[in-house]
Ligand binder design. Sequence first.
Ligand SMILES: Cc1ncc(COP(=O)(O)O)c(C=O)c1O
Length: 466
Amino acid sequence: MAACMTTDIAELFAEREGDRYAMHSRHLNEQMVRVLRAIGYDVEFRRGSGQYLFDRNGTRYLDLLSGFGVFAIGRNHPSLRTALTSVLDSEFPNLVQLDVSVLAGILAERLLAQVPYLDKVSFANSGTEAVETAIKFARASTGRQGLVYCEHAFHGLTTGALALNGDAIFRNGFEPLLPDCIAVPFNDLPALEQALAARDIAAFFVEPIQGKGVNMPDDGYLKSAADLCRRYGTLFVADEIQTGLGRTGRFLAVEHWNVEPDMVLLSKSLSGGHVPVSAVLMRRPIFEKVFDRMDRAVIHGSTFAKNDLAMAAGIATLQVIEQERLIEKAACMGDRLLRELSAMIPRYELLTDVRGRGLMIGIEFGAPNSFGLKASWNVIESASKGLFCQLFTIPLFKEHKILCQVAGHASHTIKLLPALVISDDDCDWILRAFEAVIASGHRVPGAVWSLGKTLVDHAMRARAAR
Ligand SMILES: Cc1ncc(COP(=O)(O)O)c(C=O)c1O
C-alpha cells in the first residue's frame, strides 16, 4: 500500500504520477507500457484542455485521437464541468431504482428531438453495451436469431459485440462467440441480400463510415441496404457510436445518405468525455416488444445506466454542440482538411488516398513505384504489415507534437479524429506537420527510413523472443 493516504485527488495525482508506468507494469497492462516506451510516447501527460494535451514539460500537443473520439467538445469543457459539479452539489436522488430519473427523461427527449422518426431510448454505460442492448431488442422484437455485420466492422469487445467484429485479430482466442452471426463485405449489396433472403435475420449492424480503416460507404449503399432490410423484415441498426453527434458534419452520419435506421447507437462523445454513457434510440414497436408487461418492467437494464452524472454529461454535451455550432464547424474544418490533404496526393507517391466526412478522416498510404522507395517499403511490409504508418505517426508525435492513430491492425491508413472545436490554426498545424513527415518519407536514405530500420529490428527481436 502506498505510504501516502491523502484524499485530495489532485495532490495524489501529483505525488504518484511519476510512478504511472511502474504501477501499470505491476498491476495493469504491462504490454501497453512496453508499447509506449518502444515508440517514445511515454511523455507523462499532465493536463488536457480543449483539443490539446500537455506533457511533463508543459509541451503542448494537438490531440487528433481525442480519447478514441470521446472528446468531441474538447477536454474538460467548462460547461460540462459546471453541469457535473451542479449534480454533485444538488443532492439529487440519484439511482433510486424504484423511481424514474428526471435527467434521463430530459436527455431522452432531447436526443429524440434530433432523430424524430425514433420514439424510445434505452440508456447504457458504454458503446459495447449499447450493441448488446440492440442485439437483445432485435432478437426479441423480430423473434429471429440471425445477425449480419460487415467485414472490418468494429462494434465493441464484449462477447456479443465481438461476434459482430469483422477482424480476426480481435476474435481469435475468445471463440466460440454468439452463433448465427454472418459477415458480409461492406458495400456489397448482393451479399447482403443473400444473407437476408432466408428471412431469419433479426438485424443488420453497420457503421455508416467504418472506424477501422475509415471505409466510406458507396453513395447508394446505406439507402439500398436499409431498403433490403425492410423487404426481408430485418432491422437496420446504425452504429453511430463513433460517427454520431456531429462528428461527420451532420448530427448522424446516416443523414448524409438520407437513411432512417430502425435503431441508432450513440456513445463516445455523448459523455463529453467525462462519464461513460451510451444510448440506443429505436422505434416504439421494438421497445414495446421487450417491455410488454408490468412483470417485465426490469427485463433489460443496467445498474448505472441513467445515473445522474452520465445524464447531465449528455445534456450538457448536446447543449455545447448546439451553442458552439460544432456540427457546422466539423463540416467546415473537415472540408478544409480533406481538400488540402487530398491536394498532396499528386506530389507524394506514397500517399494514395484521403477520405472521410467532417472530422473523421483517413489518410492512406500505399506501395510506391520508384526503385529506392519500393525497396524500403518492401522491407517494412515484409517485417510487419501495418508498421509503415508508424514511420509517420512517430515523427508526427515527436517532432510535430501531434497525437494520432493508425486506423486498425495491418492498416496503411492514419486516422484523424480530433475534437470538433479545432481551429484554422490547428488545421494549419496538421497540414504543415503531415506535409513535412510525408516529404521526409520520400527521401531515401533519410530519418523516416532509419526509424523504419529501428522498428523492423524491434519487430524481429520481439518475434525471436516469443
Ligand atoms: C463504431 C463503434 N461501436 C462500438 C464501439 C465500442 O465502444 P466502447 O469502447 O465504448 O465499448 C466503438 C469503440 O471504438 C466504435 O467505434
